[in-house]
Structure formats: C-alpha cells, structure tokens
Ligand binder design. Structure first.
Ligand code: GLN
Length: 307
C-alpha cells in the first residue's frame, strides 16, 4: 500500500533503519571526517512546489563530499559545449571504487564518468580554465540554489583532504601525463577539495537539488540548466552516482542518486521531489549504509521507484 509523504512517515523510516547504525564504517581516510558522530541520522524531502518534509538531524550541516560532483558538472554545463565536456570524460559506469587508478591507465587518462574522482577532477580542471574564481562561483551557485546566504566551505576538512591527497594527486598527474589536464594539479586539487568540503544540511541539499526534479529549474523558477540536461544528469546519476554500488542502488531504491563519503545521499524523483538522507557510516562502496536503507524503505512506502 502506498503511503502519503509527511513528516511522520519520514520519522518512521528513520526509526526503522536506526538499528543499522553500527554496521557501517565512517570514512577515516580523511581524518577530519572521522570525527563526525556516527549516530547522526537525518532525512529531508523538497517537492518541486517547494513543500518541505523532514525528520531527525535534517537541519545539521555535514560535508557534502562527492555530492558536489553533480554541482560541478552542472556548472560546467553552463560554461562549456556538451561535446567539449564529453570528449574529456565518459558517460559509463566504472564498476570500480571512486578513487581507482586502474581503469584510468588502461583507458588513456579518460575517466569513465564525471561522478568518480578522476571525472570530477577533469570537470574541476575545466572550471579552473573558464572561471576566474571557481571557489567563489560555486558558493554563489549553492547559496542561490538553497536560498541560504551563509553556506560555506569547511576549511578544516579541505585542509585535511589536502594533507591526505596522494591518491587524488596521482589520479590528476596520471591524466596530465595523457594530456587530459590543463591546469596546475595542486591548484585544481585545492578547488576540488573545497567543493567536497562544502557544508550543507539535508534540508539545504534537498532545496538545492530540486532543479534536477524540476526540469532544470530551481525553487525560484530560474533555469539552471535545460530540461534535457536535467534528464541527462539524472541518467548519469542512475548509472554512476553510487560508484560500484550503482546497480545495487538501482535495484533497491530505483531513483537516480549521488552519494558522498560524508554519508549524504541525494536521490531524485523526476517531476516530483529531491530526497536527501544523511548517516555517516558507509558500506563497502563508500555509500551511506543506513541512508541507502532509508531510501529503499521510503521508495517502497511512497511507491516512487522510477521502474
Ligand atoms: N573528497 C573525497 C575524495 O576525493 C570525495 C570522495 C567521495 O565522496 N566519494 O576522496
């Protein structure tokens, strides 16, 4: 039976998945992230009409990490011809961890998709070329999307990532060796780590990502990207947004989604709503464990798998 969406349903979903806390693992390869309490659990839904539903720690800000990869692709689509982007990064799922170097070497430095680290680094490299102040521009974008003027980067998380950046630096230098990287690697890493270190709450993320449910239009009705581009980003999220867990997520939740190692997941119900869950412990693919379970349950309760 399909249930109506309201705050009580969201609270019930959280209550049901809460026992899963303890079976995942908080990301600790970025030390500043490991300090986040593992028992945080929040969910927020924003509909295309602007109605907001929430439960748990939905108002607490966290590090959005790879969720920012969708925002940087969105920004790139406003500055580049699509063909310019897709000649440097692919549209296929990788089937490998988000920070793997293996495929990148075999495929001559062209990342499989924009939602794994190599792909996002190429997109950041492109933004570095065309934007005079890429960090400031991203802040303006998210402040506008969320309708919040005080959104900011977490300088401690960005610094912590920089201090442990060997793998991301290796990825960027490998792409440079293949001629698929234009700017200074450290400069682009600096931008990329700041994007990952954006602090936003589930509510702010749900409001921000409505444009993907609303044919490219944000909550104020501004066209961020075209309806076609919104559909294309949703397709890429469906196939690649959860890394090597994309198939499992499609099977269980049935919505385009994008996760981050901060424990957040954004999921889209086209034409209806953006859903955001947050629980810091991750599964083996680096996706929020209780967050995925919450989305699976909610998808079933409101009958909104896209399949
Ligand atoms: N900042 C993280 C990294 O580069 C982002 C990874 C993620 O959220 N999956 O490793």
């Amino acid at each position: 039976m399909v249930t109506a969406l309201d705050n009580a349903l969201l609270a019930e979903v959280l209550q049901q998945v809460r026992p899963l806390i303890g079976s995942g693992k908080v990301a600790d390869y970025i030390p500043a992230l490991a300090e986040v309490p593992a028992d945080r659990l929040g969910i927020a839904v924003c509909t295309v009409d602007g109605a907001l539903y929430q439960a748990g720690d939905a108002a607490e800000r966290f590090s959005i990490q790879s969720i920012s990869k969708v925002l940087s692709l969105t920004l790139a689509l406003t500055r580049y011809q699509e063909s310019e982007i897709w000649q440097r990064v692919g549209k296929e799922p990788s089937g490998l961890p988000f920070n793997s170097l293996l495929q990148l070497e075999m495929e001559q430095g062209k990342p499989r998709n924009p939602f794994i680290n190599p792909g996002a680094l190429v997109v950041c490299d492109m933004l570095q070329t065309r934007l005079s102040a890429p960090k400031q521009r991203m802040l303006e974008v998210v402040r506008q999307l969320a309708g919040e003027d005080d959104l900011a980067y977490d300088a401690r998380v960005a610094r912590s990532e920089f201090e442990h950046s060997d793998r991301n630096a290796a990825i960027a230098y490998l792409m440079k060796s293949f001629g698929n990287f234009e700017n200074d690697v450290l400069t682009v890493l600096h931008t990329y780590f700041h994007y990952c270190a954006l602090r936003m709450s589930s509510i702010e993320l749900a409001r921000s990502f409505v444009y993907l449910a609303n044919n490219g239009r944000d909550l104020q009705g501004n066209a961020v990207i075209s309806p076609l581009q919104a559909r294309q980003i949703n397709a890429l999220m469906m196939t690649s947004g959860m890394y090597d867990g994309a198939g499992e997520f499609a099977y269980r939740v049935g919505m385009p989604g994008k996760s981050g190692v901060g424990g957040g997941i954004v999921a889209i119900v086209p034409d209806e709503m953006a859903i955001v869950v947050w629980s810091p412990e991750l599964d083996a693919s680096g996706n929020s464990l209780a967050g995925t379970a919450a989305l699976e349950l909610l998808s079933q309760r409101i009958g909104r798998s896209i399949f």
